[in-house]
Each structure stands twice: as structure tokens, then as C-alpha cells.
Design a protein around this ligand. Structure first.
Ligand code: FAD
Length: 430
């Protein structure tokens, strides 16, 4: 009990520090804006022979989009550098709500947040494309363009080969919402659903499906002996209890071996067969580091993560101008999440600004246990929020009222009015 109290106090101190940091940044950005208005700092057009001096960010999700804003608002107006963001998605993909919107209808458009107002437009170049390879001086885009860089920030995150519920494969919002609707219909029409993978996406999806359709048979298969096995014991127990209360049949310590779509069943590693009309895979996310494979294969771990130094420069001394942050980077967290990604984005962008000003000093990133907080939904109206430092855990159960999981807050966070968009249903407005 004492351990929990101490952890709680540490959590409060961490939160205060975090808010002070946010406040400090807002104030310093506001001051910088005023200073940059001084006549001698006003933007001058670069000399015609100056060439391009780009800071290129690959990927605009939690890590890259945040870094783009920080860089765009930190560089002085007379900087010779330009921030270029390369991102294939038409909209910010809000991953957290994907499992919920695979089941619950009518909110899917809310998972795709328009890019734009979060970053002052005049300060960056936005390219909707995909980087195919990174070379020493430039990146090669799928659309054919080569974009040179002086500094590069790789924020390509991770991808799920099976797509939903972890990721949407499509780049355009219209196609993404269509995919979510297809999934909703499939789940609605299914009598016997099997979900494979007892991490957050699998637990949330299975709980929502059973919560929405109590008459259906929902089975969750997980290869480990506990659900949420990368987290502490208390969360493992809470998630198992939550699913059992809803009536989800949880099978632990078994792997999926095969699916028979004719006989409508799946076979597990013990030989056991489970009836199955529809199978959903919720495992197997992989870091998107391939774009660096030809340039610096030694910087890629067997897991696919990019090896980084504590400064978030990639672990290749010949490429000090390449940084990485977010899910793609191996920064030592067991359970990387959006908070880590944004914290790293802060360090990486601060370091790029320092290096662009010719400074040797670099900040370092150290993960903090409180950033590993997870809020796990356990059905349509319940959740648990979990903190743990490896020894002690704090668990906060809550009742949830909003089926859209308060994603309006995320729209506001990214500078847009919920849920105003240039989309009507699945198609862009004229
Ligand atoms: C279902 C689900 C629920 C989650 N819930 C939570 C939660 O509740 N709280 C939490 O903190 N975290 C949660 N997470 C984790 C969180 O989403 C990730 O940690 C976070 O998205 C990592 O951000 P990122 O910017 O590093 O990468 P990503 O979000 O993976 O984004 C990478 C970006 O890079 C782009 N990209 C990839 N390759 C290229 C390329 N070659 N060229 C150009 N662009 C490229 C992608 O299009 C994408 O926009 C959840 C994850 C999932 C899957």
C-alpha cells in the first residue's frame, strides 16, 4: 500500500513537471513570435544560388506531426532551412479508436483528422507521398521526386500487415472509412468471431464486439499465459476479468495454426478446433524502417527497430544528421505509445534546431515509466487506466460514457474543430 502511495505521489510530480514544460514551451513560442517580428529578423528571400536546405520529416503521426510543428515554430523566419513533411495519408490516422470503430457504427469519419491548421502553412512544405529509400543526401519518393535534406527525421512508426484493427492500409480518408464500415458489417453478420492476439487491440476489439452483440460467440486466442502480458500483473488480471464478465471466451497459451474457411473453424496449436465464421488478427506490428535498409542496415535491429543514440540520432556515426523517433526507434520502452513518440519528437526536434544553428550540444532522451500509461477499454462503457514502474502498479477503473472515446479532444489537440472536415461521408466535398 505504501508503495502505491509513493508511486501516486511520483505520478503527480511527473504530471506537474509535464504541465510546466508545456507552459514553458507555449510562453517561449509566444515570445519567439514577437521577437521574430523585429525588423532585422524579418524574412529575407534566400539568395538565388543558395540551393535547398531542407529539414525533412518522414511520417506525420504522433511523432512526425508534433516534430513538424515544433520545428516550424522554433526556427527563426530568416532561417535558411525549410521544413518538408512527407506523409502518404490524406489525414492523421487516430489509431486509438480503430478497434472501437471496427465495431460501433457512425463514428468512423472521426478517426481521420484533417492535417493543416496545427502547423502554420507558410513555414513548411507538405508532400503527400511515400518515401521509398533514404540516400545520403536525399530521399527518393514513390511519386518519382527526390527531396534533398540537410537533416532528416524518420518518424515512420510501425505497420500491421493485417491492417485493421491496428492500422488502416489505405491512404485516403474515404477509403479508410469504407474499410472500417466493411469491418463493422462483417462483425455484425458474424455469429462466431475469433480474435487472435491478447494485446490492447485484441482485448478492446473482443470486448467491444461482445458488448455490442452479446448474443454472438466471441473467442479471444492469445499465445501467452496472460493477456496484456507486456504490462503488469494487475492489468493482466483486470483485462481477463473484464472479458470474462462480458462473456468473451478467452483461450490462453495457444497459437493459431490454420483456418478452414469451408468447415468454418480454426485449429490451435494443441489441435483444438474452434468454430469461426470470421477471424481477426490483432498481432504482428512491425516497425517501418525498411527505407533505411540500403543506406545503413546495421542501424536496424532484428526486430526492425532503428537503433538510436540517446540523442535520437541513428546509431551510425557516419550519419549524424539522421534522427529517428516514435514507434520506429528502439529507445528501450517495453510498450511504446503516443506519449513516448511525442516526448521523443520534442528531443529530436530540439536537437535538430541546435545542430542547424551549428551547436554541438544535444539533449538526451530517457524514458519515464509514467509515459507508459495505458487506458484500456473493457467493453462499451468501462475502462481501466494503468500505470506501473515495473515493481508497483496503479489501476484506475472508470465508467465510459462516450462511444467515440472522446476523440473530439484529439481533433482539438491537432488544431481543428471537431468534426469539421472537407469530407462528406466517404468522398471529399466539392
Ligand atoms: C489500435 C491501437 C491503439 C492504440 N492506443 C493507444 C493509446 O490509447 N494511447 C497511446 O499512447 N498509444 C496508443 N497506441 C500506440 C500509438 O498509436 C503509437 O505508439 C503511435 O501511433 C506511434 O506514433 P508514431 O508517430 O511513431 O508512428 P505511427 O503512428 O505508426 O505513424 C507513422 C506515420 O509514418 C507514415 N509513414 C510510414 N512509412 C512512411 C514512408 N515510407 N514515407 C512517408 N511516411 C511514412 C505513416 O503513414 C504514419 O502516418 C495505439 C496503437 C494502436 C495500433
Amino acid at each position: 500500500m505504501l508503495g502505491k502511495r509513493i508511486l501516486f505521489v511520483k505520478l503527480v510530480i511527473f504530471s506537474i513537471k509535464l504541465y510546466l514544460d508545456i507552459l514553458f514551451r507555449s510562453v517561449s513560442t509566444a515570445i519567439r513570435k514577437q521577437v521574430y517580428k523585429l525588423p532585422f529578423l524579418k524574412s529575407k528571400p534566400p539568395p538565388p544560388d543558395a540551393g535547398e536546405r531542407n529539414i525533412v520529416i518522414v511520417g506525420a503521426s504522433f511523432a512526425g506531426y508534433f516534430a513538424a510543428r515544433l520545428l516550424a515554430t522554433s526556427l527563426p523566419p530568416n532561417t535558411p532551412f525549410r521544413v518538408v513533411v512527407i506523409e502518404p495519408h490524406s489525414h492523421f490516422n487516430f489509431t486509438w479508436v480503430f478497434p472501437r470503430f471496427c465495431v460501433v457504427k457512425g463514428h468512423e469519419h472521426k478517426a481521420f483528422i484533417p492535417y493543416g491548421k496545427y502547423i502554420p502553412e507558410n513555414l513548411i512544405r507538405w508532400v503527400q507521398d511515400r518515401v521509398q529509400t533514404v540516400e545520403r543526401t536525399h530521399v527518393q519518393l514513390k511519386g518519382g521526386e527526390k527531396v534533398s535534406y540537410e537533416f532528416l527525421l524518420v518518424a515512420t512508426g510501425s505497420g500491421a500487415t493485417d491492417g485493421l484493427p491496428s492500422r488502416v492500409r489505405e491512404d485516403e480518408k474515404g477509403e479508410g472509412t469504407r474499410s472500417l464500415r466493411k469491418m463493422q458489417t462483417k462483425i455484425e453478420e458474424t455469429k462466431r468471431l475469433v480474435v487472435v492476439g491478447g494485446g490492447a487491440a485484441g482485448v478492446e476489439l473482443a470486448a467491444d464486439a461482445k458488448g455490442q452483440y452479446p448474443e454472438k460467440q466471441v473467442v479471444l486466442v492469445h499465445s501467452r499465459e496472460a493477456l496484456m502480458n507486456r504490462f503488469g500483473m494487475e492489468l493482466q488480471v483486470a483485462s481477463l476479468e473484464g472479458l470474462k464478465t462480458l462473456g468473451v471466451n478467452v483461450i490462453l497459451g495457444e497459437r493459431l495454426v490454420s483456418e478452414d474457411v469451408v468447415e468454418k473453424n480454426v485449429t490451435l496449436s494443441s489441435g483444438r478446433k474452434v468454430d469461426c465464421d470470421f477471424l481477426i488478427h490483432c498481432s504482428g506490428q512491425r516497425p517501418a524502417s525498411d527505407i533505411l535498409a540500403s543506406l545503413t542496415s546495421t542501424s536496424i535491429n532484428p526486430s526492425g527497430h532503428l537503433r538510436v543514440k540517446s540523442t535520437l540520432q541513428i546509431a551510425d556515426d557516419s550519419l549524424p544528421n539522421i534522427y529517428a523517433c516514435g514507434d520506429v526507434a528502439d529507445t528501450g520502452e517495453h510498450n511504446p505509445n503516443a506519449r513516448h513518440a511525442m516526448q521523443q519528437a520534442k528531443i529530436a526536434s530540439d536537437n535538430i534546431v541546435l545542430a542547424a544553428r551549428g551547436k554541438k550540444k544535444q539533449y538526451t532522451y530517457k524514458p519515464h515509466w509514467a509515459e507508459s500509461v495505458i487506458k484500456l477499454t473493457l467493453g462499451l462503457d468501462k475502462s481501466v487506466t494503468h500505470f506501473g514502474n515495473g515493481k508497483t502498479e496503479l489501476l484506475f477503473p472508470a465508467e465510459e460514457k462516450d462511444l467515440a472515446l472522446m476523440c473530439d479532444g484529439s481533433w482539438k489537440h491537432w488544431g481543428v474543430t471537431p468534426f469539421e472536415d472537407d469530407f462528406e461521408g466517404e468522398t471529399p466535398k466539392k
